[in-house]
Every structure is written in C-alpha cells, then in structure tokens.
Design a binder for this molecule. Structure first.
Ligand code: UD1
Length: 323
C-alpha cells in the first residue's frame, strides 16, 4: 500500500489532500505542529490516519516519519505575507529551515517524490500577465523569498542528490476549512464570514488589486497528478485557475449572491502586497494534465455553504454545552 506523508496535513489544503489520498487507498501520515493547522480539520478521518505532532525544525523526529515514504507532500509552512514582515524569524525558520529538513529527510530516507507547495508570491510584480514559470522571480516579502528558496532547494536536491521533486506555485487557494479568525487569514475566508455575519470587511488599498483565486479541490487534484507525472522532476509549475478578480469585484459578487447591500471599508495598502496575480496554466495543463473543475463562483458558493453550515454546527454545540 502507498505510504504518503503530508506535512501541514491539519491545515485546510493539507486536510483536503489527506481525504483525497485516503479515497485512493493510501496510508497517510500527517506531520503538523498545529501552529496554524487544527485537528478538527481531520475529525472524520482521525481513525484512518497517523498524526505526528512535530515541528518541521526537528530534523530527527520528522526524518523517522519520512523514511521510506512513497510520496511526500510538503505543505507545512507559516503562511502570510504581512506576518513575515512583522515577525520574519519564525517564518524564516519554518519555511526555509523546515523545508530543507524535509528535502534532506526524503533524500537520506530514500523516499519517493516530494511535491512542494511553492507560492505565486515568488513572482512579485511583473510587467506582464498572466505570470509564466519562465519569468524571473521578483519576491517582495520575506514570505515570498522563503517560498522561492524552497523551490531552489527542490531543484538542487533533484540535480545533486537525485531526489524526485515537483514544485507547485499555489495561487491564492480558498475553500472549506480555511481558518478565518486571524487578520492574517486568507481574504476570502474573511470576506465569506463577514458576509454571513453581515459585517463590512476591510479592503486594504483601493481594492483594484487582482488575485487568481483557486478552489482547494482543483489544487488537490493537481498535487495528485504531479505525484505521478513523468519527465517533470526538478520542475516548477503554476497551480492556479488562470483567471483574476479584483477585491472590489469579489465583494460585489458576494453581495449579489446573498442579495444584500453592505459596502466594504477601506484601509491602507499592506506592505509587500503584490498588485496583480494571474497564472498562466499552459505548462501545468500540458505536462501535468491540470484541469480545473471549479469556476470562481462555484468555489465561492461551495465555500459559503460550508462556512454557513459550520457556523450553525458551532451555534448548536454552544447551546448544547450551556444546557
Ligand atoms: C499570498 C500569495 C498566496 C499565498 C499566501 C499565503 C500572492 C499573489 N499570493 O497571498 O499564493 O498562498 O500569500 O499567505 O502573493 N486583503 C484585504 N482584506 C483582508 C485581508 C486581505 O483587502 O481582510 C487583501 C490583501 O491586502 C491582498 C489580498 O486581499 O491584496 C489577498 O490577501 P491574502 O488572502 O492575505 O493573500 P496574499 O497575500 O495575496
């Protein structure tokens, strides 16, 4: 039976991948320090997986788990551009040192291919859209640099030590279970919970910045394809939907879906923020068989339904615990 490791498996993308791997009959080991991930995300599958509550900075402990694995999906990271500017040391240690440890453990433990969750932030502000893998990276924040270093390590480990790697540059992934509770949370998790609770979100800047919002299930599908594609080891691919939406358009669309009129508030732009983001998906389509199944609006509606049901679940359990 295939033994797969998912670092960051308690996060919202990682836990969606864990479910997909279980459906394919894999034996799944999750490595997560639960700093931003949450075991609630794995509640229904808890009996079917092994969770190792370990920090990626502890080489010996993760090496034991990774040794001999058939595949390693490396999603564990400390996310957020603004957080990496405010406090760069923890994200540097997790995202660069932790990533190095994963590649080293996979090499020394003779594991199979490592699929690395890279980031669209590596591009920075480019003059041309959509962004294509052959463009020179221009990272604007510590987070973007850290994620880019991981790609360079992936390619170097492939070339120098024969480790199979594929890096996927994620473009603003969203979907069920994304944690909306921090100011550093992904913008759609914040917008959707504001919508349900009828609160105005804060848009940083003029709201005309664009993002290629990508539904989580499409990214999961692509990771599974990247694990088996031939002739792609050591390479970097965009993992996006191929479209882009302004934040103003997005908030307007959400109001339309709910049939409400609730203007957003505006605040100063965030340092390190990329202005426009859109993936050229040609290489992923041709070489990995990438085929996004969800339009932005379909993904938004599914995620909105999930947050609404989750909120109801939490309200019911709070009432029950109060008796
Ligand atoms: C960046 C990466 C993304 C990565 C993520 C990890 C780019 C283009 N994308 O996302 O691939 O997964 O880091 O953290 O670099 N915003 C608001 N109001 C809010 C929250 C955010 O207006 O309440 C704005 C931000 O200023 C930004 C946009 O929404 O312009 C998206 O922000 P966010 O969801 O945090 O992701 P990125 O920083 O774009």
């Amino acid at each position: 039976m295939n033994r797969s490791i998912v670092t960051g498996g308690a996060g919202f993308i990682g836990s969606a991948l864990v479910r997909a791997l279980l459906e394919k009959g894999h034996r799944v080991h999750v490595i997560d320090n639960l700093s931003t991930g949450n075991l609630d995300n794995l509640e229904e599958v808890a009996d079917e997986i092994t969770v190792h509550e370990v920090d990626l900075r502890h080489y010996d402990r993760i090496a034991r788990v990774i040794e001999g694995a058939d595949q390693v999906f490396h999603l564990g990271a400390l996310p957020s551009v603004p957080k990496s500017i405010l406090d760069p040391v923890p994200s540097h240690e997790s995202n660069i040192d932790g990533t190095f440890n994963v590649f080293r453990a996979a090499t020394e433990g003779k594991a199979g291919r490592v699929i690395y969750a890279a980031s669209s932030s590596a591009y920075g502000d480019t003059e041309v859209l959509p962004k294509v893998e052959t463009m020179a990276p221009r990272p604007k924040s510590p987070y973007a640099v850290q994620k880019l270093v991981g790609e360079y390590y992936a390619t170097a480990f492939c070339g120098c030590f024969g480790l199979e790697t594929v890096s996927l540059r994620f473009f603003n992934v969203f979907g069920p279970r994304q944690d909306p509770t921090s100011v550093y949370s992904g913008v759609l998790s914040i917008f959707l919970t504001c919508l349900i609770e009828r609160r105005s979100p804060t848009i940083y800047g003029d709201g005309e910045q664009t993002r290629d919002f990508t539904y989580v299930e499409d990214v999961v599908e692509l990771m599974l394809k990247a694990a088996h594609a031939s002739g792609v080891s050591g390479r970097v691919f965009n993992a996006g939907n191929g479209n882009r939406y302004t934040l103003n358009e997005t908030w307007a669309l959400l109001q339309k879906i709910e049939g409400i009129d609730l203007p957003a508030k505006y605040g100063p732009p965030r340092p390190g923020d990329v202005r426009h983001s859109q993936a050229d998906t040609s290489a992923a389509v041709q070489e990995l068989g990438h085929k996004p199944r969800f339009t932005f609006e379909q993904g938004l509606r599914l995620t909105l339904d999930w947050y609404r049901a989750d909120l109801e679940r939490k309200t019911v359990s709070t009432k029950a615990s109060r008796g």
